[in-house]
Design a protein around this ligand. Structure first.
Ligand code: GDP
Length: 492
């Protein structure tokens, strides 16, 4: 419910020279335009954006478009520490995977597949095994996007906490749809939601709506499932909800052709040598294929699935562990199949080279989003070219109360040329996951009465992210205002 009348929207469209005839449905661009005009944020996945992302990473190309087939959704579980992420992942794995596998417990490969019965038919979905927004953010900072749906776990007895907010910010910035699992609460007896003393799912729902995640039950678009990860209560509901959201996403890939995708886990095994888990995102990976993967390459000698079984192929969304690489890669690296070892070597070398150059230019601050670069873009009139007409801000402050104070003071600044967008407002020192979010979303980090640990500072420098720390609120406001007006003097 946007509280904008039909007449108002019609008036706005007329003012833009669009004459809707009353029965016409609004196309995506019109809806976006209206949302922008009325300062309404579109939550959830924007299919256009997701497609753009996929293209950007060159996962799908034109030849794929007429051969697209459904692929399983890939899910990441995020949330505050101790809210039950690991318990949930373990429960799903144990109850849905282990039973069918002969060998029993196997070592994880970083992701696993489960079958969810929908209308009597089992449909696969894939869970990434490293919970939390840190891993999610680190992947995105490397340009990778493998997650289709984020499940945010919130403990019913604790409510929304700082890392819940961070997880939501990361998911939103990635335009990944969110499902909230209210944990430590069972829905069996609505009058007594008593998995844990003090569990109050209703309060969690209020908190969610107050930060813009309106529960479906209350007329919004965020599915909420009350679960108990410990007792395994309502997990089937959660899985079904995941499949429903996935269906709306129309997740597709072309299983024909050579494979492309992302490394989700990598390491060195004493006997097997370097290994990596690939998430195939397009095409089909086969034993014997020659792959380039980050700066590593090699011939795929063996493939293992999530149950530790040798397999011959891996299709889209299916994680497999790959043996045969010449070197250790990093989670977030992309991989692709090439036709010969020579081509692979060449590609790996040129990647190493371009990565070196990227690092150098990040250090030199080329193309970096800073208040000074914003100021000079404004004063030279080059705003639109630099994509800086929106300044993305990650705000870290000392106390909950400071969030409102700083945000309100910034929001009243005139935003005719440059609009301010807050990706994350949270308490606590600047963290490396804040830096990852800034890299992936081209944001700056503003800190008020907080610090940046040394390791995070050098990480930010390497990634070309500006962190500005303040002790006096007016200085922070003045700097942002001056930058927006093109008046900020460069500091360097
Ligand atoms: P994580 O840090 O988010 O991965 O949280 P964990 O999965 O490690 O869970 C933290 C604690 O909460 C553990 O002691 C779990 O046993 C407990 N826990 C997790 N899920 C539930 C639940 O549904 N009900 C109750 N009562 N406790 C839970």
């Amino acid at each position: 419910n946007l509280a904008i009348s039909e007449g108002e929207i019609l008036g706005y469209l007329y003012s833009k020279g669009i004459k809707p005839d009353g029965v016409q449905t609004l196309d995506k661009d019109m809806v976006k335009m209206i949302c922008k005009e009325y300062n309404v944020e579109i939550i959830g996945a924007d299919p256009v954006k997701v497609e753009e992302l996929a293209k950007k990473r060159e996962i799908l190309d034109e030849n794929d478009l007429d051969k697209l087939k459904d692929r399983p959704p890939v899910i990441t579980i995020m949330g505050h520490v101790d809210h039950g992420k690991t318990t949930l992942l373990d429960y799903i794995r144990k109850s849905k995977v282990a039973a069918s596998e002969a060998g029993g417990i196997t070592q994880g490969i970083g992701a696993y597949k489960v079958q969810v019965p929908i209308d009597g038919k089992p449909l696969p979905c894939v869970f990434l095994d490293t919970p939390g927004h840190e891993a999610f953010g680190a992947m995105r900072a490397r340009g990778a996007s493998v997650t289709d749906i984020a499940v945010i776990v919130v403990a019913a007895d604790d409510g929304i906490r700082p890392q819940t907010n961070e997880a939501i910010a990361h998911a939103k910035a990635a335009a990944v749809p969110i499902i909230v699992a209210i944990n430590k609460a069972c829905q069996l007896d609505m009058s007594a939601l008593i998995d844990k003393d003090g569990a109050n799912p209703e309060r969690v729902m209020q908190e969610l709506s107050s930060i813009g995640l309106m529960p479906e039950d209350w007329g919004g678009d965020v599915p909420i499932v009350q679960i108990s990860a410990l007792k395994g209560e309502n997990i089937d509901d959660l899985l079904e909800t995941i499949m429903l959201v996935a269906e709306l996403q129309e997740l597709k890939a072309n299983p024909d052709g050579s494979a492309k995708g992302t490394v989700i886990e990598a390491g060195l095994d004493k006997s097997k040598g370097p290994f990596a888990t690939f998430m195939v995102q397009n095409g089909t990976l086969r034993r014997g294929d020659i792959v380039v993967c980050g700066e590593a390459f090699g011939k795929v000698r063996a493939l293992f699935d999530d149950a530790g079984k040798r397999v011959e192929v891996a299709t889209p969304s299916i994680p497999v562990q790959v043996i045969g690489l010449n070197n250790v890669s990093i989670a977030g690296d992309d991989f692709e199949v090439v036709h010969s070892l020579d081509a692979a070597r060449e590609k790996a070398e040129s990647r190493a080279e371009s990565l070196r150059n990227e690092r150098i230019s990040a250090k030199a601050g080329d193309g970096k989003v800073t208040l000074s670069s914003l100021a000079s873009a404004v004063s030279s009139g080059k705003l639109s070219g630099l994509d800086l007409h929106q300044l993305n801000i990650i705000l870290k402050v000392d106390l909950q109360g400071s969030i409102e104070a700083v945000r309100q003071a910034l929001q009243v600044l005139p935003q005719d040329n440059v609009t301010l967008k807050f990706l994350l407002e949270a308490t606590g020192d600047v963290s490396s996951s804040d830096v990852d979010l800034a890299v992936a979303s081209k944001a700056i980090v503003l800190g008020f009465n907080v610090r940046t640990p040394g390791s995070v500072k050098s990480y930010a420098e390497n990634k070309g992210v500006e962190i500005r720390l303040y002790r006096v609120i007016y200085e922070l406001i003045d700097d942002v205002r001056n930058a927006m007006e093109g008046l900020l003097e460069p500091v360097e």
